[in-house]
Design a binder for this molecule. Structure first.
Ligand code: BGC
Length: 746
């Protein structure tokens, strides 16, 4: 008896010790930093603490903010990029405020600062985290060179509805790809060491924002905890593990609870489960927007709800600065909650070294903008990100044999539009368009006939068609303006806008080879356009160096290797359609139900399975798809075992051969299917990818290792774990190819 009691006591003590053990810092804080935080905190008045929690958008003269900065009423500003002004802001804080706490200066540096890289959806299409990390590093070097130390990026919202304009800003539809891109961008922005070039990452928008009903921005979402945990949360968790310093709450309400007041996601998951000790900022006025949501009566009420849910900093609602003191006085908010928020804010400022180095060297910072190496990386990224969707063999064009080139289409010479959404600091003057690149490369051979989006421009059809007849090849650059994607820029019609499709028809009729290049912020529904061109290259808005990159691809200096990071639909009515859907009880391709019906064949009332009578069941292009000028062949696919223990590692070997005439790079993709689970499981899930360069004719044996723990999911019992049973695995060049091999998990 006595022995049992002692044992019980020992167990209790161990448990208690485990609970009181400080969790390791996700953002990399240490005892020295924590001590400085406590010292500062002990000297701060409540008003000064609340001031740190207030973020303000700058604009106009420094003097507009001087008094508030001096009084410690602003902890962070956003939207100031003039390094001279930023230095002056910092000087006021450091030299004239009572405690000398420097400012955290934020900016939306989303896909480059001055040197603009492809939009994030295009970055994802590279399937190249190392290159994406390099791009984020370059963005950090340029932005910090001007005094910006915090970017509101990466956006990790899984997006499965291309009507939603913000699909442009994320990595697309897939959990695994999104998570890998998230880690790469966090590492790139923040750098190895948090030095003077470290740009604090802000992972956003937490959470579920991309599932907006109807693809209309800011709209409600209705995600279950299981969907959150299996699809929407993992990229955020991966980014937290990669050391992301900050996180932004989202605008949407999920199942009735706006994120900015959602204790479950902000406390239970983010703080308690993941141990995140970085700072949480609201989205722009997302605290205030809880009033129109009907989640709070007034600004004081929503400020109370937000801070108690775990928000540390208020972006542009002015709810904290106006009401937190009275909320603390009335006991609705504990001062300990304020202290916790301020600790997180100071932690980020200390980690960034702002106390030691609040100022930026203006001249040195200027010198790194648009550096040659930055432009070079932007070009390479644009090259890797473009996706070849169709090629009847006309590409690559032979530079020595093209003769006269007709260049036309609204994106041929649209420097602003090719930069894409959220390129605040990118400049037209530094952007190289396809037209510029072509003229430089083929002096005297390019005939440019401008063509706009609007109907009036139709009158030019005759001119363009006549010019096409005189040309040897027609390069038409189509797509959508930057302003048609991004925040609040959603569309219900995803066809090429204006008369672009008609232009393509007219060009085809001219009888000369037509090569189309599309630049857009989302996968447009281009099925009707494909027959009217002999080849189509698809680039998500490719940034500053888009022109040279696309020309290099068209003329074969570089072999296309980008893959679709999102399913391309045949028609908008198919939304949502994504590759990792769960299986219905009546799958469209179930042989027994559909003995001899090809669902794409057209209208039929037969089958009783899950598909559209008019558009079948398949997309235009599946996730992970993209052609090359060469071909690849997978063979000898084998697993090292038939059954794996839960803590095992799957070893897959296969041969990959370049069977064509060009050197090229294949994006090898490994998908799995968990055949039976406590809940229905996706028909395929990406679990690995790798870019493999191969010379023409080269064949290599490759090995891929996937820890069995990667197969875990949040099942019926509310636990994330691997469930034993049968699995299938595919290794292929896209999500719709390959033959499965089977294995068991014990
Ligand atoms: C967007 C955020 C952005 C913020 C600051 C908001 O409207 O939703 O993604 O970071 O503005 O500009």
């Amino acid at each position: 008896m006595k022995y049992t009691r002692t044992l019980l006591l020992a167990v209790l003590l161990v448990l208690l010790a485990a609970c009181t053990q400080p969790k390791p810092s996700t953002v990399g804080s240490d005892a020295g930093i924590e001590k400085r935080i406590e010292q500062l905190l002990s000297r701060m008045t409540l008003a000064e603490k609340i001031g740190q929690m207030n973020q303000v958008s700058a604009g106009g003269e420094v003097s507009n903010y001087a008094e508030a900065l001096r009084n410690g009423q602003i902890g962070s500003i956003l939207n100031e990029v003039d390094p001279v002004k930023i230095n002056e802001f910092q000087r006021i804080c450091v030299e004239e405020s009572r405690l000398g706490i420097p400012l955290l200066v934020g900016r939306d540096v989303i896909h480059g600062f001055h040197t603009i890289f492809p939009i994030p959806l295009g970055l994802a299409a590279t399937f190249d985290p190392a290159l994406v990390e390099q791009g984020a590093r370059i963005a950090a070097v340029e932005a910090t060179g001007q005094g910006v130390r915090w970017t509101f990026s990466p956006m990790l919202d899984i997006a499965r509805d291309p009507r939603w304009g913000r699909m442009a800003e994320g990595s697309g539809e897939d959990v695994y790809l999104d998570a890998r891109m998230a880690e790469a961008m966090v590492r790139g922005y923040q750098g190895e060491a948090l030095d003077a070039n470290a740009l604090a990452a802000c992972i956003k928008h937490f959470v579920g924002y991309g599932a907006a009903e109807g693809g209309r921005d800011y709209n409600s979402t209705f995600l279950t905890e299981r969907q959150l945990r299996n699809v929407y949360l993992p990229p955020f968790e991966a980014a937290v593990k990669a050391g992301a310093l900050t996180l932004m709450t989202s605008f949407n309400d999920n199942d009735g609870v706006p994120s900015t007041g959602n204790t479950f996601i902000l406390k239970d998951v983010l703080r308690d489960e993941w141990g995140f000790d970085g700072l949480v900022v609201t989205d722009w006025n997302s605290m205030g927007e809880m009033i129109p949501h009907g989640f709070g009566t007034d600004r004081k009420d929503v400020a109370c709800k937000a801070v108690n849910a775990g928000v540390d900093m208020d972006m542009m609602t002015f709810g904290f600065i106006s009401h937190l003191e009275e909320l603390v006085a009335s006991g609705q908010v504990k001062e300990s909650a304020i202290d916790e928020a301020v600790r997180r804010i100071l932690r980020v400022k200390l980690l960034l070294g702002l106390f030691e180095h609040p100022y930026v060297d203006v001249d040195a910072g200027q010198a790194v903008q648009y550096a040659e190496s930055h432009l070079d990386a932007a070009r390479r990224t644009a090259e890797e990100s473009a996706i070849l969707l169709k090629n009847d063999g006309i590409l690559p064009l032979k530079a020595g044999q093209v003769g006269t080139i007709l260049v036309t289409g609204p994106m041929a010479d649209a420097p602003h539009d090719q930069l894409g959404t959220w390129s605040f600091d990118g400049e037209k003057a530094h952007t190289v368009t396809p037209l510029q690149a072509l003229k430089e490369r083929f002096p005297g051979q390019v005939n440019y006939v401008p063509y706009g989006y609007s109907r009036e421009r139709r009158t030019r059809f005759d001119d363009i068609v006549a010019a096409a007849r005189r040309a040897d090849v027609v390069l038409v650059f189509l797509g959508e303006e930057a302003i048609l994607s991004g925040e609040a820029h959603c569309l219900a019609d995803l066809n090429l806008i204006g008369t672009q499709s008609e232009l393509l028809v007219a060009l085809k009729a001219a009888g000369k080879p037509v090569v189309a290049t599309v630049m857009a912020g989302r996968p447009l529904t281009i099925e009707r356009d494909l027959p009217n061109c002999r080849a189509m290259l698809y680039a998500f808005h490719p940034g500053t160096m888009g022109g040279p990159a696309l020309v290099n691809l068209l003329f074969g200096d570089v072999n296309p290797s980008g893959k679709t990071p999102v399913t391309f639909l045949r028609t908008v009515g198919q939304v949502p359609m994504y590759y990792s859907h769960t299986m219905t009880g009546r799958p469209y391709n179930n042989e027994t139900l559909l003995a001899d019906i090809e669902p794409e064949a057209g209208q039929t009332s037969l089958g009783n399975t899950s598909y559209y009578l008019d558009y079948g069941a398949r997309p235009l292009f599946p996730f992970g798809y993209g052609l090359s000028y060469t071909t690849f062949d997978y063979s000898d696919i084998a697993l090292d075992k038939e059954a794996y223990p839960q803590d095992g590692t799957i070893r897959l070997t296969f041969s990959l051969a370049n069977t064509g005439a060009y050197d090229g790079t294949e994006v090898v993709q490994v998908y799995i299917r968990d055949l039976v689970g406590s809940i229905t499981r996706p028909v395929k899930e990406l679990k690995y990818f790798e870019r493999v360069p191969l010379k023409a004719g080269e064949k290599r044996t490759l090995e891929v290792q996937i820890p069995v723990s990667e197969l875990a999911f949040f099942g019926l019992d509310g636990v994330t774990k691997v469930e034993p049973g049968g699995f299938q695995l595919w290794v292929a060049g896209d999500s719709a190819s390959g033959q499965p091999v089977s294995f068991q998990v014990l």
